[in-house]
Design a protein around this ligand. Structure first.
Ligand SMILES: C[S@@+](CC[C@H](N)C(=O)[O-])C[C@H]1O[C@@H](n2cnc3c(N)ncnc32)[C@H](O)[C@@H]1O
Length: 327
């Protein structure tokens, strides 16, 4: 039943399409709906009345909960105002895990606090059965010197060689600002953001469904990481953009057999449980107090693997690392 939807982008209204998906069949549902901010989409008027918008949201959120497996996760991206309403509905039928604050500065607006983040609600369908992976991100470093930005109160020796467990505030993945990196769509998300969410909530071969797939970002992330995807969008032009983006990528975002998210040629997110496999590919400094200037840099193939000696870089063993697709 699900098979005919797998790894396809389908044009149509997400409510009627979601109704065709069986109960408890999808590992992760992710939604990035229109924000009702009068954005200029091709075929969609982004300006419903307040109550109509929220009633509509309850319908597709209800469908997302229904089709997600008991071990699965439900993720919803929006501005904080709408998320504050979503939580009421979601709390009744699913278990809250996190409100992820994705740092995204905006130009000055209004007369109160300056909006500085989008939220991603992270719910699981059933806390007892939920599949969640702890994830790590690289240590924050000074751009030129590679020195750690934080001083860690003299506890550097105990630090993880790659980087800390990721918190619920994400400042290291940025909105796509330059037109040359974006498609003809008003609100395209960066692939690295979706890759982090996918690594956090799925295993290889799992299915990720996005009812508002737009330019296909969720599907691209899933494909690159060896997961299956299903994407819906009202607009046929966006389906074409998604399919073009999908054609440009392969399931190649891995080092050896371990799936990781690359961004700008470096590993941006990895699963904690995969670190042991990955670390065998690299010379980890034994003198861990050198972590300040020894960067565990899991590089893309295009950069030379046998680097000239630099005190800033860990030296990888001579292994072949698959080249990540464009991000
Ligand atoms: C915020 S955008 C999603 C962008 C996407 N995350 C990306 O990175 O490209 C919302 C999308 O929802 C689509 N949409 C609006 N109403 C819809 C509906 N009823 N069913 C399916 N798609 C819809 C719009 O065409 C738009 O592409």
């Amino acid at each position: 039943m699900l098979k005919k939807y797998l790894n396809r982008i389908i044009t149509g209204d997400c409510l009627s399409l979601l109704q065709k998906i069986p109960n408890d069949s999808i590992d992760v549902t992710f939604a990035d709906p229109p924000f009702n901010l009068k954005k200029k989409y091709n075929g969609y008027q982004d300006n419903l009345e307040f109550k109509d918008y929220l009633d509509w949201c309850d319908k597709w959120i209800g469908e997302m909960i229904r089709i997600t497996k008991p071990s699965g996760s439900i993720l919803v991206h929006n501005i904080p105002k709408w998320l504050s309403f979503y939580t009421r509905f979601l709390n009744e039928y699913a278990d809250f895990k996190h409100w992820i604050a994705w740092h995204a500065p905006t130009s000055p607006m209004g007369k109160s606090l300056q909006p500085g983040h989008y939220g991603i609600l992270f719910y699981v369908k059933d806390l007892q059965q939920a599949k969640i992976n702890e994830i790590r991100m690289p240590h924050e470093r000074e751009r030129k010197s590679d020195y750690l930005r934080k001083d860690y109160g003299g506890k550097k020796a105990g630090l993880h060689p790659f980087g800390p467990l990721t918190s619920d505030v994400w400042t290291d993945i940025h909105r796509i600002k330059h037109n040359k990196y974006r498609d003809e769509h008003p609100c395209q998300l960066p692939v690295a953001l979706l890759e982090r969410l996918v690594l956090m909530t799925t295993d290889e071969g799992d299915v990720v469904l996005d009812p508002f797939v737009g330019t296909g970002t969720t599907a691209v992330a899933a494909k690159k990481l060896g997961r299956n995807y299903i994407g819906f969008d009202l607009d046929g032009d966006y389906k074409e953009i998604s399919e073009n983006n999908l054609k440009k990528v392969k399931a190649d975002s891995h080092i050896g057999k371990t799936w990781v998210s690359f961004h700008l040629g470096e590993v941006r997110t990895l699963r904690d449980k995969d670190w042991l496999n990955l670390s065998s590919h690299f010379e980890i400094p034994t003198n861990i107090k050198d972590i300040d200037f020894v960067k565990i840099k899991l590089e893309a193939k295009k950069t030379p693997l046998t680097l000239p000696f630099s005190r800033h870089r860990a030296r990888p063993k001579s292994i072949s690392i698959e080249k990540p697709g464009p991000n």
